[in-house]
Design a binder for this molecule. Structure first.
Ligand code: FES
Length: 227
């Protein structure tokens, strides 16, 4: 029996609903502003679930570091095994850059080599989040410069192909699964967009500016589709 708790900031950012419903016995939706499902965070929903239905056999937490930390802190005293996925902090994914180094149970681990799933109760989330903030200033400056100077190739290609935004909207519409990437123009990084939409901080990667650009474009398309 699989119960999925899917949380977003607001209704427009709820993604992969069909896929999650297919894979789950029950769904619980939460939004920060209460525009879809119950108001609050996934941790609130999990707390109530445990109070009403008892402890689940295992919890998988995937999302922003702070959310996984909160979930791990919640399940640790209850001794509910908890697996977290740290793939969002990977950069090159080959074990070369060192960007994904985390402390797990006091040992240094590389997410891309040793993970990306770990025992959430052993991950030092405070250290991980501190490292994620190391280059915030430089990332902010790079992003600012990029957004000022960058010409979005994806948008340009869409125009060159003569595809109107509404054509793209059909492909990108989350209700129909915008991950059907075959029709997406250029080198969209739909998975990076997923991170963006799920609230993951746009930091830690050299391509942050490109993500931001493509994400802005996709967000625009998606929000058009939901009007
Ligand atoms: Fe670069 Fe793991 S992502 S070492």
């Amino acid at each position: 029996h699989v119960v999925s708790i899917l949380g977003e900031r607001n209704r427009e950012l709820v993604i992969m609903r069909e896929e999650m419903e297919e894979a789950s016995s029950e769904m619980i939706y939460t939004t920060d502003d209460g525009s879809f499902g119950r108001k609050g965070f996934v941790s609130h929903a999990l707390t109530d679930f445990i109070a009403e239905r008892g402890k689940p056999a295992i919890v998988f937490a995937i999302g922003p570091a702070i959310m996984m930390k909160v979930i791990a802190d919640l399940t640790r005293p209850l001794e509910i095994p908890t697996i977290v996925s740290l793939n969002t902090i990977m950069i090159d994914g080959t074990g070369m850059c060192g960007g994904c180094r985390v402390a797990v149970g006091g040992d240094s681990k590389f997410v891309c080599v040793d993970g990306p799933e770990f025992d959430g109760h052993k991950v030092d989330f405070d250290l991980m989040m501190k490292r994620q903030r190391t280059y915030l200033e430089q990332e902010g400056e790079a992003r600012r410069r990029f957004l000022e100077m960058h010409e979005c190739r994806a948008l340009k290609q869409g125009e060159v192909l003569g595809e109107s935004q509404s054509d793209l909207v059909e492909v990108l519409d989350p209700r129909h699964g915008f991950l059907r990437r075959h029709r997406l123009p250029g080198d969209f990084h739909a998975l990076l967009l997923l991170e963006f939409l799920s609230g993951h901080q746009l930091t830690s990667t050299p391509s942050v500016a490109r993500q931001a650009c493509c994400s802005r474009y996709l967000l625009r398309a998606i929000s058009s589709s939901s009007r």
